[in-house]
Design a protein around this ligand. Structure first.
Ligand code: ADP
Length: 482
């Protein structure tokens, strides 16, 4: 038995529209499956464009009041919601593992991480500050920070809770409202979160969760003149489409898009630190995160020792159902993800790479971890984000080459490197053209640190103090002195 909740009321198969839990007037629904077994978990309403518009209208009305609430009141709501997430952490984790597949321990980690945004932005709500200019003879000028207004979020399936709280917590803290379209692959986590928001005292209409087809809901969110900002996490292809669709209404945009993260191991690195950092960065969520190391560059002097130690670690990874406590690598999200992994491995082998340890084993949506050596830049795996448990190792000789190869991508989200040379640490850290750099660590996600990319990895930052700024407008208030 894998699925029984302490509180079955958290599992909703209706959408949360303007404060009401409803099926769609379309009468249509989509099914959601468990990627581990392929079994149907349930269905969700296929909401229409009209229903999306109505949710936006509810958000507009609710925001009119919310923007005038005190920061302390907003913080209070977020803290109550935070506490409810912690109180219901086991159920939230189970729902996530069921629909997303990640190991239950990772799901619990994500619940805590997702909740941390509610707490962080509860505190930030009370720290918003404007300023006043030095007086002139004829006027005083005050710079006010005001909420952007009605906002929208479109979120992915790989972090079904955290990618939502990272957006809606700063939105609510700033005094905005939000209409959320979660991934159709993982809607139940989003809906459970909304149940808890309601219990925390969320004002009616301030937040909606519109479920259904992206092609129906997305254009309504982007075309709406009422929606002043869109925050999106997902692929660069869809991000670029949303940017085009948002052009007519000149929407503010936060885009957290694809990456192709390099990880460089220099000869002078601490071998154990480099291996554990690589494991951490590569295999979280079965390699399905936008900050997973996708290309591992290893200097010649440490190459063989690194590969040997890494292979030993990779061999210990256990692939299986996320509810099995032994599992470290869950299933991939769908068949397309499995096919991509297979193609990347086959392409690399055909172009001269070799497997260290066990070959790729595919069973349904499970793909076993694979360590590839002798990988070169001509291979597809070097160019594209694999989003699976494949670890390709490239060999290099000099620092400049490694940095040049690491930067040779249109993406610029996360990067990692391992060295004990302090001068090299600065030099390489500054030379890497990425929004986030990890030195001697495989972890770059933290509630208090800005998260985001450069180049085609996106616009804006989430988390940290900047995460709140993204939901604030600046108003220059000139007061004349007659
Ligand atoms: P991934 O490749 O990680 O699945 P996507 O960019 O396809 O990323 O999906 C991320 C989110 O964007 C999901 O909520 C998905 O439903 C949504 N999405 C996909 N296509 C569109 C679209 N044309 N318009 C609006 N949202 C979309």
């Amino acid at each position: 038995m894998t699925f029984s909740l302490n509180d079955p009321d958290l599992f909703r198969q209706t959408a949360f529209l303007g404060g009401d839990w409803k099926a769609s007037t379309s009468g249509k629904s989509l099914t959601v499956d468990n990627p581990s077994t392929g079994e149907i978990i349930g269905s969700i309403p296929a909401c229409t464009a009209e229903e999306t518009r109505a949710a936006i209208e509810s958000a507009r009305i609710a925001q009119g009041k919310w923007r005038r609430s005190s920061a302390a009141e907003r913080a209070g709501l977020l803290m109550a919601w935070y506490q409810l997430m912690l109180d219901n952490a086991d159920d939230l984790a189970k729902i996530m593992t069921l629909e997303q597949g990640k190991p239950l321990a990772e799901a619990k980690g994500e619940v805590a991480y997702a909740a941390s945004f509610l707490k962080w932005f509860a505190a930030e709500a009370e720290h918003v500050q404007g300023s006043a200019l030095v007086p002139t003879a004829d006027r005083r000028v005050i710079i006010l920070k005001e909420p952007v207004g009605v906002t929208a979020a479109i979120t992915p399936w790989n972090f079904p809770l955290a990618m939502i709280t990272r957006k809606c917590a700063p939105a609510l803290a700033a005094g905005c409202s939000m209409v959320i379209k979660p991934s159709e692959l993982t809607p139940y986590s989003a809906l459970a979160l909304a149940v808890l928001a309601e219990r925390a005292g969320l004002p009616r209409g301030l937040l909606s969760v519109v479920t259904g087809y992206a092609q129906e809901i997305g254009p309504e969110l982007t075309a709406s003149p009422v929606v002043r900002k869109l925050s999106f996490t997902g692929s660069t292809k869809v991000g670029s489409l949303l940017m085009r669709q948002s052009a007519d209404t000149i929407k503010k945009l936060s885009l957290e898009l694809g990456g192709n993260a390099p990880l460089i191991v220099f000869d002078d690195a601490d071998l154990s630190v480099a291996v554990s950092g690589t494991m951490l960065s590569k295999f979280r969520n079965a390699g399905q995160t936008c900050v997973c190391a996708n290309r591992v560059y290893v200097q010649s002097g440490i190459h063989d020792a690194f590969l040997e130690k890494l292979a030993a670690e990779v061999m210990t990874l256990k692939t299986g159902d996320g509810f099995d406590p032994q599992t470290q690598i869950g299933p991939l999200i769908n068949e397309a993800a499995v096919a991509k992994v297979k193609e990347h491995v086959e392409d690399a082998l055909a172009k001269g790479a070799r497997i260290v340890g066990k070959p790729l084993d595919i069973n349904g949506r499970f793909a076993s971890p694979v360590l590839l050596a002798d990988v070169t830049s001509e291979m597809r795996i070097a160019q594209e984000e694999t989003f699976g448990p494949i670890l390709p190792v490239f060999r290099f000789d000099n620092e400049q080459d490694a940095v040049q190869q690491a930067n040779a991508t249109p993406f610029g989200l996360a990067s990692y490197f391992f060295t004990n040379d302090i001068a090299r640490g600065w030099r390489v850290g500054e030379a890497l053209d990425f929004g986030m750099v990890g030195l001697n660590t495989g972890s770059i996600s933290l509630v208090s640190a800005p998260f985001g990319g450069v180049k085609q990895s996106g616009l804006g930052r989430e988390g940290g103090a900047l995460g709140l700024e993204e939901f604030l407008e600046v108003k220059s208030f000139h007061i004349g002195l007659p």
